[in-house]
Design a protein around this ligand. Structure first.
Ligand SMILES: NC(=O)c1ccc[n+]([C@@H]2O[C@H](COP(=O)([O-])OP(=O)(O)OC[C@H]3O[C@@H](n4cnc5c(N)ncnc54)[C@H](O)[C@@H]3O)[C@@H](O)[C@H]2O)c1
Ligand SMILES: O=C(O)C(=O)C[C@]1(C(=O)O)C=C[C@@H](O)C=C1
Length: 372
C-alpha cells in the first residue's frame, strides 16, 4: 500500500478481529485502508484464509503471541459473550468490543461471568454498526460498508473512559457516525428499526414460494425494495430474533392489530367508512416513511432514485458519470449532497424504475458503494 494514500487514523493498532465473516472482514478491510495492522482469527480456517486473501489482515497463527490495542469480536451473537470473556483475559492490556446485533443479552452474560472482575469489565464496550448486507462470509465484505452509517456504542456502568474512546476511534476510522445508548435503549430501538423490517420482509417473501413463474415475472421495484433482506442468513437471524424476542413481540402485537383492522376493512370494502380507513392506513404509512432520516423530499413519481457514495477527491464524480454512461442508462436527474463531518459525497441519481436494479448491480460490481 502506498503510504501517501493512507488517511490519518485514530487507532494505532494492532487490531485483532475474531470472527472474519462479512462484518469482521469488512472491519479488517476498512482498517487496512488506514495502514492499521490487523490480525485475523476465526473458528473456520477457510473464513480466516479468505479474509486474509482479500486483504483484511494477517491470520494470527495458533500459539503466536499478540499484543493488540483493540480486539473486535465479530462472531455470531450466541458465542459473542464467551469470546469477549476469553479475549479480556487473554489480552490484559487490550480494549475488547463486540459488534453483535443484540446488546442486553451479551452484557448480561458477561456480568454473570465469574471469571471477569471489574478490571476486565472496564475494558469492554458493546457496540453495533448499523450497516450490513443480506449476505454473509468474508467474500461479501466491503471496506466502505460503514461509511456514513450509524454505529451505536453501548457503554455499561463500569466501562472506562479510555475503553470508550478506543471503541469510538474504531467507528470513526471506519467512517461511521457514532451514537451512544444504553443496551436497553439499543435493543428497544433495533426491535423496531431492524428486527421488524427483517421479519416483515421474510413473511412477505415467504408468500412467493409457490407463486407461478408467470406471476413472478411481473416483479417490479416495489417487490424488490421490500424483500431484499429476506435473503438474509437464517442462522444469524434465529439468534438475533431469539435474543430480542420480548421487545419485538410487543411491536408485533401492534402489527397484528393493524392487520386485523385491515382485513376487516377489506372484507367489506364497500361498507361506510371503509375507504376512509384505507386512506388512513396509507397516510399513516406516508407519515412514518417521511420520518426516516436521510431522504431529502419525496422523489418524483416517474423516476427511481439511488444514492452513490463518492470519495471527496477530484475526478470521482466524473468517473461515476462516465461509468453510468458506459452501461447505457440515461440519467434523468442528479443531486449532490455532502455528509456532515465525512470525507464523502453523496450523489443521488434518478433513472427509469425499470433500469434501477441493473444500475445498482453494475455499480456494485464496479466497486461503488450504493445506498438503497
Ligand atoms: N450481517 C449484518 O448485516 C450485521 C450487521 C451488524 C452486525 N452484525 C453482527 O456481526 C456479527 C457477525 O455477523 P456476520 O454477518 O459477519 O456473520 P458471518 O456469518 O458472515 O461471520 C461470522 C463469522 O464468525 C465465525 N465464528 C463463529 N463462531 C466462532 C468462534 N467461536 N470463534 C471465532 N469465530 C467464530 C464464523 O466462522 C464466521 O466466519 C454478528 O454478531 C451479527 O449480529 C451483523
Ligand atoms: O441492510 C442490510 O442488509 C442489513 O442487514 C442491515 C442491518 C439493519 O437492519 O440495518 C441488519 C442487521 C444488523 O444488526 C445491522 C444492520
Amino acid at each position: 500500500m502506498n503510504p501517501t494514500h493512507l488517511k490519518a487514523a485514530h487507532l494505532s493498532g494492532p487490531v485483532l478481529v475474531i470472527g472474519t465473516g462479512l462484518l469482521g472482514a469488512s472491519i479488517g478491510l476498512g482498517l487496512r485502508a488506514h495502514g492499521i495492522e490487523v490480525l485475523l482469527s476465526d473458528l473456520s480456517p477457510s473464513a480466516q484464509a479468505v479474509a486474509q486473501d482479500i486483504g483484511a489482515g494477517r491470520v494470527l497463527e495458533p500459539g503466536q503471541q499478540a499484543a493488540p490495542q483493540l480486539v473486535v469480536v465479530a462472531s455470531p451473537p450466541d458465542v459473542t459473550a464467551r469470546i469477549v470473556s476469553q479475549a479480556l483475559r487473554d489480552y490484559p492490556s487490550a480494549v475488547v468490543v463486540d459488534i453483535a446485533s443484540v446488546k442486553a443479552s451479551v452484557l448480561a452474560e458477561l456480568q454473570a461471568d465469574p471469571e471477569l472482575g471489574p478490571e476486565e469489565m472496564a475494558r469492554y464496550v458493546g457496540t453495533h454498526p448499523m450497516a450490513g448486507r443480506e449476505k454473509s462470509g468474508p467474500v461479501a465484505a466491503r471496506g466502505e460498508l460503514f461509511t456514513s452509517m450509524p454505529w451505536v456504542l453501548c457503554p455499561h456502568d463500569s466501562t472506562s473512559a479510555a475503553a470508550l474512546k478506543t471503541a469510538q476511534a474504531l467507528a470513526i476510522d471506519l467512517g461511521a457516525v457514532v451514537s451512544r445508548m444504553s443496551v436497553e435503549e439499543h435493543d428497544q430501538s433495533v426491535a423496531l428499526i431492524s428486527h421488524l423490517p427483517q421479519v416483515m420482509s421474510s413473511l412477505l417473501a415467504s408468500r412467493l414460494q409457490d407463486t407461478e413463474p408467470h406471476a413472478l415475472a411481473l416483479a417490479g421495484q416495489g417487490l424488490r425494495d421490500v424483500t431484499r433482506i429476506a435473503a438474509s442468513d437464517p442462522a444469524l437471524w434465529v439468534q438475533i430474533l431469539g435474543a430480542n424476542a420480548p421487545r419485538l413481540v410487543k411491536i408485533l402485537y401492534g402489527v397484528r392489530e393493524d392487520l386485523n383492522r385491515l382485513i376487516g376493512t377489506l372484507e367489506q370494502p364497500e361498507a361506510p367508512g371503509a375507504r376512509l380507513d384505507l386512506a388512513q392506513l396509507m397516510s399513516e404509512g406516508n407519515a412514518g416513511q417521511a420520518r426516516i432520516p436521510g431522504k431529502h423530499g419525496a422523489p418524483p413519481q416517474s423516476f427511481a432514485w439511488l444514492t452513490v457514495l463518492v470519495d471527496d477527491r477530484p475526478g470521482q464524480i466524473a468517473r461515476l458519470l462516465t461509468e453510468i454512461g458506459e452501461v447505457g442508462i440515461n440519467l434523468e436527474d442528479l443531486r449532490l449532497d455532502h455528509s456532515s463531518g465525512q470525507d464523502v459525497g453523496m450523489v443521488e441519481i434518478s433513472v427509469l424504475p425499470s433500469r434501477r436494479q441493473e444500475l445498482i448491480d453494475y455499480l456494485d460490481s464496479h466497486g461503488w458503494k450504493v445506498l438503497q
